[in-house]
Write a protein that binds this ligand. Sequence first.
Ligand code: CA
Ligand code: CA
Length: 90
Amino acid sequence: MNTSQLICISSLFVSLTNTGCATTKREQLEAKFAELDTDRNDQLSYQEFLKTRIAQRSDDPKAAFAATDTNRDGQLSKREIIARFKERKQ
Ligand SMILES: [Ca+2]
Ligand SMILES: [Ca+2]
């Protein structure tokens, strides 16, 4: 994955700020993920996922969550979110 792909993820998955792809840094993505990950287990649960822009924009957040949770463990890792984003872009 290149840097620009990673940079754009945070603008998709965080609704708190609207900094855009050009200015959002990987550190900001990490910070936002940490902010959403309220129980600090380095994964997003469904409740945590509901706070993301992906969920808020989705007609069916449950289906979006299931589609993103590729290893079906009921939690979203950063890697799964990144993979989902890349898939949507293509
Ligand atoms: Ca969590
Ligand atoms: Ca998972």
